[in-house]
Design a protein around this ligand. Structure first.
Ligand SMILES: [Zn+2]
Ligand SMILES: [Zn+2]
Ligand SMILES: [Zn+2]
Length: 361
């Protein structure tokens, strides 16, 4: 049994979530606030601040209209419920309509308040005003400094559309759905606070380490904010950012895909059967790094008899050195192929795959 009420609700909830969080499919279909209102918003490159003041305001108005949209859609989708007649509504529908209208009116009131005196009260303008101190004489000059620097092509820019990070010569900016955070490079310091690692897997095309950094300003009027970026972009950020970056002790930043791959390699090898050392045989130091005992042995365990060959070498390499060797022999542009390919043993050149690597016990 399928009720039109339930179907419409499901469709609308999915639509509303996609409209707010804009996945790529919605973006390419042009269903974004930026695209729908592009003529009124102007150009981000020409007037960055002006553009985002308008964009955040119209975003707030549209998002706050979604509950009313649900009610209006329901009156059309399910005409037999007679929702169009306000006087005959059930009390729960009346409450819903009342709250939706109040929410939307409140948004209009807020946007109207923001827009008074040339958007003087908008949160982005408040952020600009907090930076009004030498060398900036007015918040207008702060805005034009940001506008000018955003236009330069050598800025650092990254991140998903809902949380873009932009670093220009003097500014660190974070553009979100409802706000633009800003901090003057001279005033701020950056701390790496968290790192999340995504391993190479059949569904992700390359391993990734996502760093979270906190941007804090010595200006007490500027609230700290977090930015996120891929560790492979860290070097570019470092180039553009003059502010000091502090790293909390336990975050190791992997700047290349090969380094990122090591974690995936270790996790995969841990799933293979271990290798018991024959009695009397001693483990020597790894001949790659000379730092730790050689703790890997290649045994042909996979079913791939055409590509993999038996290796008779004694354990000579540690897991990290073997993982680096494995990554170095791969097509660097196509990490998605790494897990399934074979490489030669660094000593005897017998080919092996990741399933053939055993840890020595
Ligand atoms: Zn080693
Ligand atoms: Zn070998
Ligand atoms: Zn194999």
């Amino acid at each position: 049994m399928e009720s039109p009420e339930l179907s419409f609700t499901l469709v609308y909830v999915v639509f509303a979530l996609c409209f707010v969080f804009t996945p790529n499919e919605f973006r390419s279909a042009g269903l974004t606030v930026q695209n729908l209102f592009s003529s009124w918003l102007g150009s981000e490159d020409v007037a960055f601040i002006h553009y985002h003041v308008r964009r955040t305001s119209v975003t707030l108005l549209l998002h706050s209209a979604l509950p009313i949209g649900y009610y209006l859609g329901m009156t059309i989708a399910v005409p037999e419920k007679n929702l169009g007649n306000i006087h005959q509504l059930s009390s729960s529908w009346k409450t819903f309509v009342l709250l939706s209208v109040c929410l939307h009116l409140a948004s209009w009131t807020l946007v109207f308040y923001w827009s008074c005196h040339q958007w003087r009260n908008h949160p982005i303008s408040l952020g600009l005003r907090a930076h009004t101190q030498p060398p900036f004489l007015s918040w207008g000059s702060v805005a034009s400094s940001i506008n000018t620097e955003f236009r330069r092509i050598d800025k650092f820019a990254t991140g998903a559309p809902g949380a873009r990070v932009i670093v220009t010569d003097n500014w660190v900016l974070k553009v979100t759905t409802y706000h633009v955070y800003m901090a003057l490079q001279n005033d701020c310091h950056v701390t790496v606070t968290e790192s999340r690692q995504h391993q190479l897997s059949p569904d992700s095309l390359s391993p990734a380490q996502i760093l979270t950094m906190r941007v804090s300003s010595i200006n007490p009027a500027i609230r700290p904010f977090d930015i996120r970026l891929n560790s492979t972009e860290y070097a570019d950020l470092r180039d553009k950012l003059r502010a000091p970056i502090r790293n909390s002790a336990d975050v190791v930043i992997h700047q290349t895909i090969s380094e990122l791959f090591l974690d995936t390699f270790r996790a995969q090898v841990a799933l293979n059967q271990p290798y018991g050392l024959p009695t009397g045989q001693e483990v020597e130091l790894c001949i790659g790094c000379m730092q730790v005992p050689a703790n890997t042995k290649l045994l042909r365990l996979c079913d791939n008899e055409s590509d993999c060959q038996p290796c008779f070498c004694r354990p000579m390499w540690c897991l990290s050195c073997l993982g680096r060797w494995f990554a170095s022999r791969q097509d660097q542009q196509r990490p998605e192929t790494w897990l399934s390919s074979t490489v030669p043993c660094p000593t005897c050149r017998a080919r092996f795959c990741i399933l053939d690597v055993c840890v020595v016990h």
